[in-house]
Design a protein around this ligand. Structure first.
Ligand code: KG4
Ligand code: ZN
Length: 353
């Protein structure tokens, strides 16, 4: 079947077309129009500006997606859209576009949870079937969660951040260091340049919640530790070697906590597969170090990571989740989603269920 998906929950206007057949998903087109440059000067996403850009870009992005896939709308079997969570003004543009197309083209419509999409990015072009139960470490700009997935769409959030998400911490620390937005890529780049400790005293940031007997996270104290450190010697902020050492230590603190909690959760829940998902999963050190730890502590558990091109926000992941959801809908209910354009609404705080 052919699925067209739309994603506008934050600052990327995205449309993708996939074909899904017998549990195998192929991307026919995956267009992402990023607004990063627009928001960078504000150091974060401005919701109304994002909505204005989505409105400008949504039609050309959908047209480009159809063109790249070499299809007309007639070939589409299902439309899907991110209905939440996210920024309401941004979500509304994608949801209304999807509803309009569903009505106009007479195609069924499914609403998808954004984080579910990130998880299902792992199911695209999979070389080996992912075995359940799955434990997924979700690390994005808005979420940091450990999700136990017993089978398709049977989720239990077993731990999550009590304050900032991990991506948010990367963004805030990059802002403190004045090295750009979004913060993940520049921090990772500086961290990779840090070879030896720059200062004689060893720069050390806390590993929050590391020894707490649960699977929750907290990153706001770590961000504050970076702030205090840089306030001690503001003139050092001009020194690239110092920035590199702060980035290295901050990134390592985040990675240490993420890995320790994932291993601990895996020990308790005994999943067959561990997945990584969300924008922060682009972080090469996190990918590599988690692999190393799992090989050491969980040698019999499979480890999967999404293709780097599918870690950030995109619509192919939304289409992938829609494909698996559609498989679970009975023939009788399939008729009812034909009229879903009447029902689906954007929900900023949508829960995953
Ligand atoms: O999943 P995503 O694209 O959007 C949300 O759903 O929030 O995640 C965006 C987040 C940003 O906070 C960004 O700084 C972070 O992902 N990110 C990274 C890297 N690339 C993007 N964080 C760490 N290392 C990276 N290489
Ligand atoms: Zn996302």
């Amino acid at each position: 079947m052919i699925i067209l998906a739309i994603e506008t929950s934050c600052d990327e206007t995205a449309c993708a077309i996939i074909s899904g057949e017998k549990g195998s998903i192929n991307i026919l087109s995956n267009i992402v129009s990023s607004q990063i440059k627009l928001h960078a000067k504000w150091g974060g996403v401005v919701p109304n500006l994002a909505a204005r850009e989505h409105l400008k870009n949504i039609t050309p992005v959908i047209q480009a997606s159809l063109k790249k896939a070499g299809l007309t709308y007639k070939k589409i079997d299902l439309i899907s859209v991110t209905e939440g969570p996210g920024l309401i003004p941004a979500l509304l543009i994608g949801v209304n576009a999807a509803k309009t197309l569903s009505y106009l083209w007479q195609k069924p419509l499914l609403g998808i949870h954004h984080i579910e999409g990130h998880i299902y990015a792992n199911f695209i072009s999979e070389k080996q079937k992912i075995k359940f139960p799955v434990l997924c470490l979700v690390v994005s700009g808005g979420h940091t969660q450990l999700v136990y997935v017993k089978k398709h769409f049977d989720y239990e959030v077993i731990g999550q951040t009590l304050d900032d998400a991990s991506g948010e911490a990367f963004d805030k620390v990059a802002r403190i260091l004045n090295i750009g937005y979004p913060g993940g890529p520049p921090i990772a780049k500086y961290a990779s340049k840090h070879k030896i400790r720059y200062t004689k005293d060893t720069l050390r940031f806390p590993r929050p919640m590391l020894n707490k007997n649960n699977f929750d996270f907290s990153f706001s104290g770590l961000k504050t530790a970076v702030l205090y450190e840089t306030k001690k010697n503001p003139e050092l902020l001009k020194d690239k070697k110092y920035i590199a050492s702060v980035c290295y230590e901050f990134q390592q603190a985040v990675i240490d906590v993420l890995i320790a909690k994932t291993i601990k959760a895996a020990g308790k829940f005994k999943p067959k597969t561990i997945l990584l998902a969300g924008g922060v999963s682009a972080n090469k050190e996190l990918r590599k170090q988690l692999d190393k730890s799992l090989k050491k502590f969980m040698p019999n558990t499979a480890y999967r990571i999404p293709d780097i091109s599918l870690t950030g926000d995109n619509a192919a992941m939304i289409a992938a989740a829609a494909y698996y959801r559609y498989q679970k809908i009975t023939k009788m209910r399939r008729a009812s989603i034909q009229k879903n354009w009447k029902k689906i609404t954007a929900d900023a705080n949508l829960k995953m269920k």
